[in-house]
Design a protein around this ligand. Structure first.
Ligand code: PLP
Length: 448
C-alpha cells in the first residue's frame, strides 16, 4: 500500500480520483501508432482473420436471427448524427462542440443489445469453428448454415460454455451459445440485474448466482470449467478472441463514415469516447480504430468515479496490480457494465501507448445524459452506455483536454472534427426497467 501512497500524493489527478471526484486524465505515455505497435502481439492481419470468420458464420447467424438479414448475417450497428443532443449538451453543460457529433448505436446491436455482441459472439463462433474443424463436422466448402441442421446441432449439446459476468457478457455468450446448441452455464455476481438472469433462463441457460462480487463468480466459473475437458471458459480479462471480435469494428466504422461522406485525416480528426469496464470492449475497438485511422483518431475511455480501474492502472503504471479498492473506492456503480475494480493486464498493456486519455463520471450524471438522449433524440441507452456522453462533454469543456488539443495541434481543427459517442448498451432492457430508470432521472432533474 505504501508505494501507492507516494504515487498518489504526487499526482493531483490520482488524489481527486481517490476522493471520488470526476477527473480528466491525459495519457503522458501515448506514442504515435508506429511506435505503439512495436512489440505488440496482435496486428491488422489478426483482425482480418476475425472479420473473415464472421463472414463464414454469417449464413448461420442469418438463419438463427432473422433480424440480421438486412446485413447479410453480420452483426453491426447504425452510426447516426445526433444534432439535437449536441445542441442540448452545448446548452446545458457548457460544452462547445463545433464539429459533428455522432452516436454509434452498439446499444442496438442484434442478439445481445450491447457491445458484447461483438466480442462475446465472436469468441463463441471461434470456439465453434475450432470444434467443427477438429471433428470434421462440415465437408470442405460446405456452408456454415448447415450447423443449424438438427443432427449437427445435437453435436454441441455434449459441450459446455461457461462465463462469469456482471450481466451483458453473460447475455451475449449465453444467448448465442444456447441457440447454437451448447450447454451453457453463466456465473453471475450478486449485483447482476434480475431481468438479465430471467432472460438467460428463458433460453435454457443454467444461471448460477454468487453472494460475492464479480471476481468470485469468475473464479468459480473458471474452476468448474477447468475440471471438465468438454467445457470452454470465456475469460473476460485475458481473451485475445474477445478483443479481436471488438476490433473488427474499426474497418466497419470506416465504411460507415465513407458512406456518410465523412473524411478522417490530419485536418479532420476523429474523437471517440467509449465506456470502459475491464477494458476488453473499449480496448479492442480502440485497437481496431487505430489500425484504420492511425494518429488521426483520438480515443478516450470513460469510467464511473467509483470504478476507474483502467485509468488507475494506466496513471500509476501499475496496470492490474492495483485495484480501485486499494485507493479506498467502493467499485460500486449503477453502471453495472462498468463495475470492475481491476483492469485487464493484457488490454492495459496495449492501451498504455495508444489511448489518448480517460475521464470519470458520477453515476448521477449518467441518468441525466440518459434522459437528455431520450428527450432530444428519442433513443434509449442504459446508464453504462451514457458514460460515453460524458467524454464528449469533457473534451469540450475541461482545461486538461484543452492542453491535449494544443499539444497535438488540434485547436484550429476542432470545427472539422467528427466526435463519436460509443453507446455500448440498452437494447434489451425491458420497458418496466426503462421506466424505472427514467423516473430516477426525472427525480434527479427535479432536485437540482
Ligand atoms: C461490458 C460493457 C462495457 C465495457 O466493456 P469492458 O470490456 O468491460 O471494458 C461498456 N458498456 C456496457 C453497456 C457493457 O456491457
Amino acid at each position: 500500500m505504501e508505494n501507492f501512497e507516494t504515487l498518489i500524493s504526487d499526482s493531483r489527478v490520482l488524489e481527486s480520483l481517490r476522493q471520488g471526484q470526476e477527473v480528466v486524465w491525459i495519457n503522458p505515455d501515448k506514442r504515435c501508432l508506429e511506435q505503439s505497435m512495436q512489440g505488440c502481439e496482435l496486428n491488422q492481419s489478426d483482425i482480418d482473420d476475425a472479420e473473415q470468420r464472421l463472414f463464414r458464420f454469417a449464413p448461420l447467424i442469418q438463419a438463427y436471427f432473422p433480424e440480421t438479414q438486412p446485413q447479410g448475417g453480420l452483426i453491426e450497428s447504425p452510426l447516426v448524427a445526433i444534432d439535437a443532443m449536441q445542441a442540448c449538451l452545448n446548452r446545458k453543460y457548457g460544452s462547445v462542440q463545433t464539429g459533428k457529433l455522432l452516436l454509434k448505436k452498439d446499444s442496438h446491436l442484434a442478439i445481445a443489445g450491447s457491445v458484447k455482441a461483438r466480442g462475446g459472439i465472436y469468441e463463441v463462433l471461434k470456439h465453434t469453428e475450432d470444434l467443427v474443424l477438429r471433428h470434421h463436422l462440415l465437408e470442405p466448402g460446405e456452408s456454415y448454415a448447415k450447423l443449424g441442421d438438427p443432427d449437427k446441432k445435437a453435436f454441441f449439446r455434449a459441450y459446455t460454455i461457461q462465463v462469469g459476468s456482471t450481466g451483458n457478457l453473460g447475455l451475449s455468450i449465453g444467448i448465442i451459445s444456447a441457440v447454437l446448441g451448447y450447454h451453457v452455464v453463466v456465473h453471475m455476481s450478486a449485483d447482476a440485474k434480475q431481468w438479465k438472469k430471467d432472460l438467460l433462463r428463458s433460453y435454457g441457460v443454467d444461471v448460477r448466482e454468487y453472494e460475492g462480487d464479480y471476481s468470485e463468480a469468475v473464479r468459480n466459473g473458471r474452476m468448474l470449467s477447468d475440471a471438465d475437458p468438454k467445457s470452454y471458459f470465456v475469460d473476460d480479462e485475458n481473451s485475445r478472441n474477445l478483443f479481436l471480435g471488438y476490433a473488427v469494428a474499426g474497418k466497419r466504422l470506416k465504411q460507415q463514415l465513407d458512406e456518410m461522406e465523412i473524411v478522417v485525416d490530419q485536418d479532420h480528426p476523429l474523437f471517440v469516447y467509449i465506456p470502459c469496464g475491464v477494458g476488453g470492449a473499449p480496448g479492442g475497438i480502440t485497437f481496431g480504430l487505430k489500425q484504420v485511422f492511425g494518429d488521426d483518431v483520438h480515443c478516450f475511455f470513460v469510467e464511473p468515479t467509483q470504478a476507474p480501474c483502467m485509468l488507475l492502472g494506466l496513471a500509476t503504471g501499475l496496470n492490474n496490480k492495483i485495484s480501485v479498492q486499494d485507493i479506498g473506492l467502493s467499485g460500486e456503480t449503477q453502471a453495472d457494465g462498468l463495475a470492475v475494480g481491476r483492469p485487464s493486464a493484457f488490454v492495459g498493456g496495449i492501451m498504455k501507448t495508444m489511448l489518448s486519455g480517460a475521464c470519470t463520471v458520477a453515476d448521477e450524471k449518467l441518468y441525466r445524459y440518459m434522459k437528455d438522449m431520450m428527450d432530444t433524440e428519442g433513443i434509449f441507452l442504459e446508464p453504462s452506455a451514457c458514460a460515453a456522453v460524458h467524454g464528449a462533454v469533457c473534451m469540450n469543456t475541461e482545461s486538461e483536454t484543452r492542453r491535449y488539443l494544443e499539444d497535438n495541434q488540434l485547436v484550429s481543427r476542432m470545427a472539422n472534427t467528427t466526435q463519436i459517442v460509443w453507446a455500448t448498451g440498452g437494447g434489451l432492457v425491458p420497458q418496466t426497467i426503462r421506466d424505472d430508470y427514467m423516473r430516477t432521472a426525472a427525480e434527479l432533474e427535479k432536485d437540482s
